[in-house]
Every structure is written in structure tokens, then in C-alpha cells.
Design a protein around this ligand. Structure first.
Ligand code: KE4
Length: 428
């Protein structure tokens, strides 16, 4: 059997870890089958415990933008580890990566490092509430900002509605302060502001969504959110955990020329180690402890190994003026090839793409929000996922995820992938 060792390891894991995984999406629940256990990875390739080589289009959900085991990152971590792994005291490397991040991203004066994207987004909302003195937040159905209670809120239907918890353990008290709108729907956001005059502390948004598949903002959407926040004195939080340092040096703020008030980071900023961060202009960050009253803390925040990994990766991205164009061109090439292959077999599909984020939806209508993403033929996606896996290609184990392209991919890898799509498409 092709995944015998992974199956055995999954059985052992299930005996001591809930669902056998430390993050649910890894369990393949959305696509069925046994999750793949990775033995090692290098460049664009994963090597699983059964000796299969897979071309990786997830790249740890974004961080591996220059490939797995990227030498400068590995060497930086080894070098740091020899000098101790954690002190709970300030170190110079934290300032170095902070200075670099602030130099790369517009509209931020200061940055606070934490240990995950969840922590970054959770802390950003608390800071926005502390800064504005208001309590409610607006998020978008289908956008994911981590597993903090305020974010695990699912509307009933797509229109403006009070949130209701979509996870046990989230209280009604929490849910009432999270209001939902459909992504790309400015009218719904306007209605929420009208119905909650002077109560909205912030909008938190994935400025290019990646948790419903990849969904770009429609023209005017981000500009409209900016204008509504200015009118209603609310904070605009860009959750750039996925897009930060991936879509451009300065992320979506640079790509679309829109100013956020607070920006959240994760994934790439840590070079594959546990790092999240949130950043803003001094007027807002001065409210954060110990400078200000909004409390936030973390034993391993600014961990020297994680900072060294992130600093090495951001340095490489910052010094290469062509990397983002190369990534965008490779993703466009993949898009064209996959679409041609699927069209050959008249497979209804739509492909969304921004920079090095891309997703395939088996739907003949545009995918612009959660409802249209959910409308796609996701049974067909399951068959596609397993066909690609058997062909040696690892794509997102869910239709509600984006793929993440790494610059380590060669055009031969892309052609191999396109050929695999063609071979799988004929049986879809
Ligand atoms: P983490 O806490 O998982 O580091 O980050 C949460 C988060 C926040 N914001 C955005 C836009 C995110 O995409 C994420 C996490 N992304 C998922 C992938 N869709 C992580 C994978 C997982 O949950 O295992």
C-alpha cells in the first residue's frame, strides 16, 4: 500500500493526540483518506514516511516561500541554537527583525512579535478595542483569523446578522460582539455600521482571502472598508498572516495601495518557526503594554531561534528585487496550464489567483465569497485531490484553502504538475 507507514503512524498518533493531529486541517477530514506523515522536505519537495516524493503546493500553509530547508534559514537556526534556545529576556535579533519588517511594510512604526497568527489577530482586536474604547468587531463569513473565541463565529445566512458561535465553548456573550458580513459585500458592512452606531471598534479582514480558497477583493472593496472605518472612527485590521511578505514585500497594503491601521503577520515572517506579529503606527502601538494599558504577553514571544529564522527569510526576500515577479509568473503559468488541461476535458472550473496564491474551484460561476465557494462541486475536489496525490502532487486537502507557490519550483515541476492535472481530469 502506498501510504502504509503513514497509516501506521496515524493509528499511533490517534492513541495520544486528538484526531491524530495537532491542527484539524491536517487530518484530511475534508477529502477523506489517511493523512500523509512527512519524513523530510527540501526545496519544493516533501518526502513522506513511505518514501514517496511529492511536489508541495502547501508549503506549511505559506511559510516556505523560498522552499523547504532553505539554507540561510537552517544555518541561522543552528547558529542560534548553539547559544541557547530561550531566555525570557530581550535579545538583539528581535530588534533586527523588527527594524527589517518595519522597513519593508508601509504605515507601521512598531511591531510586537507573538507565537502564532491567532495570537497576532487576537491581540490586534484587543488593541483596537483598547484604542477606540468600543467593543464590537466586523469580520467576514469564510475569513479565518485563528481559533480565538471572537473569530469562531458563523452567521446563519450570508447577510448582515449577529454572530452565533460555530464552536462549542464560545459563549453567546462573546458571539454578540462579532458581526458578520459576506466577503466583497460593502453594502452589508455599511448596514452593520448603521445598525451599530459608534459601537464598532474594528473591521478585521483578509485583504486577499485565503481560507475559502483564494478570493481576491473586488474593485473598490478594500477602498470602501477604508472609507467606512474613517467615517465611523473604527480601526481597519488587515489580517496578512497569509499575504504578508508573500504577495509583495509590503504585502497587500503595497499591492493595492490601501492603508490599514493594524497589520497582522504570521507564516512567512517566522521562516517556518512559530512566529506571529502585529504592527501599527505609533499612535496605536503606544497603547500596548508596557508602554500603554492594553495587556499582551508571551513567554516565548521573540524567541531567538524563531527570530533568526524569520530574519534570514525576510532578508532574502528583501534583497531580491525579482522574487515576487518570479513567483507571480510561475503562478500565472500554472494557472494557464491547469485551466487548459481541465478545459480539454470540459471540466467546469474557476481559478482564483493573486500573486503566488491560487485555488481551483469546480464551479462554473465566479467564486467571490463563502457562499459561492461552498456552491462549488467539492466532491469533485476530493477526487481531484486524491488523483493529484497519487500522481505525486500535494495540494490543499480542502477546497476551502489556497495553494502557496514557492520560488523553489522549477518550470519542469510546473509542467509535471500540469501533466498530472491532465491525467487526473480525464477521470473526474
Ligand atoms: P495560526 O494561529 O494558525 O498561526 O494563524 C491563524 C491564521 C490567521 N489568519 C489567517 C489569514 C490564516 O490563514 C491563519 C491560519 N491559516 C491556516 C490555513 N488556512 C493554518 C493551517 C491550520 O489551521 O493548520
Amino acid at each position: 500500500m502506498k501510504y502504509q507507514r503513514s497509516s501506521q503512524l496515524f493509528k499511533e498518533a490517534n492513541a495520544v493526540i486528538p484526531g491524530g493531529v495537532n491542527s484539524p486541517v491536517r487530518a484530511f477530514k475534508a477529502v477523506g483518506g489517511t493523512p500523509i506523515f512527512v519524513k523530510k522536505a527540501e526545496g519544493p519537495y516533501l518526502y513522506d514516511e513511505d518514501g514517496n516524493r511529492l511536489i508541495d503546493y502547501i508549503n506549511s500553509w505559506g511559510p516556505m516561500i523560498l522552499g523547504h530547508a532553505y539554507k540561510p534559514v537552517v544555518e541561522a537556526v543552528i547558529d542560534k541554537a548553539k547559544k541557547g534556545t530561550s531566555f525570557g529576556m530581550p535579545t538583539e535579533i528581535e530588534t533586527k527583525i523588527a527594524e527589517l519588517a518595519v522597513s519593508m511594510v508601509p504605515n507601521i512604526d512598531k511591531i510586537r512579535f507573538v507565537n502564532s497568527g491567532t495570537e497576532a489577530c487576537m491581540s490586534a482586536v484587543r488593541l483596537a478595542r483598547g484604542f477606540t474604547g468600543k467593543e464590537k468587531i466586523i469580520k467576514f463569513a469564510g475569513c479565518y483569523h485563528g481559533h480565538s473565541d471572537s473569530f469562531l463565529i458563523q452567521a446563519g445566512s450570508g447577510a448582515v446578522t449577529f454572530g452565533s458561535p460555530n464552536s462549542p465553548g464560545v459563549t453567546q456573550g462573546t458571539a454578540k460582539d462579532t458581526l458578520l458580513a459576506p466577503y466583497n459585500n460593502l453594502e452589508a458592512v455599511k448596514a452593520i455600521f448603521e445598525a451599530n452606531q459608534n459601537e464598532i471598534a474594528a473591521i478585521i479582514v483578509e485583504p486577499v482571502a485565503g481560507n475559502m480558497g483564494c478570493i481576491p477583493p473586488v474593485d473598490g472593496f478594500l477602498e470602501g472598508l477604508r472609507s467606512l472605518c474613517d467615517t465611523h472612527e473604527a480601526v481597519l485590521i488587515f489580517d496578512e498572516v497569509m499575504t504578508g511578505f508573500r504577495l509583495a514585500k509590503g504585502g497587500v497594503q503595497e499591492l493595492f495601495g490601501i492603508k490599514a491601521d493594524i497589520v497582522c503577520f504570521g507564516k512567512v515572517i517566522g521562516g517556518g518557526l512559530p512566529v506571529g506579529a502585529f504592527a501599527a503606527r505609533q499612535e496605536i502601538m503606544s497603547h500596548l503594554a508596557p508602554e500603554g494599558p492594553v495587556y499582551q504577553a508571551g513567554t516565548l514571544s521573540g524567541n531567538p531561534l524563531a527570530m533568526a529564522a524569520g530574519h534570514a527569510l525576510l532578508t532574502a526576500l528583501n534583497e531580491d528585487d525579482e522574487v515576487y515577479e518570479r513567483l507571480a509568473q510561475k503562478t500565472a503559468y500554472l494557472h494557464k496550464g491547469i485551466s487548459k488541461a481541465l478545459t480539454t476535458y470540459t471540466i467546469k472550473h474557476t481559478i482564483n489567483r493573486t500573486g503566488s496564491m491560487i485555488s481551483i474551484h469546480f464551479s462554473d460561476s465566479p467564486v467571490v465569497d463563502f457562499a459561492t465557494a461552498a456552491h462549488a462541486n467539492n466532491d469533485r475536489f476530493k477526487a481531484f485531490f486524491h488523483g493529484m496525490l497519487d500522481a505525486g502532487i500535494y495540494i490543499a486537502p480542502s477546497a476551502f484553502e489556497s495553494w502557496f507557490i514557492t520560488d523553489a519550483l522549477s518550470y519542469e515541476d510546473l509542467d509535471f504538475t500540469i501533466a498530472a492535472v491532465e491525467s487526473v481530469a480525464k477521470d473526474l
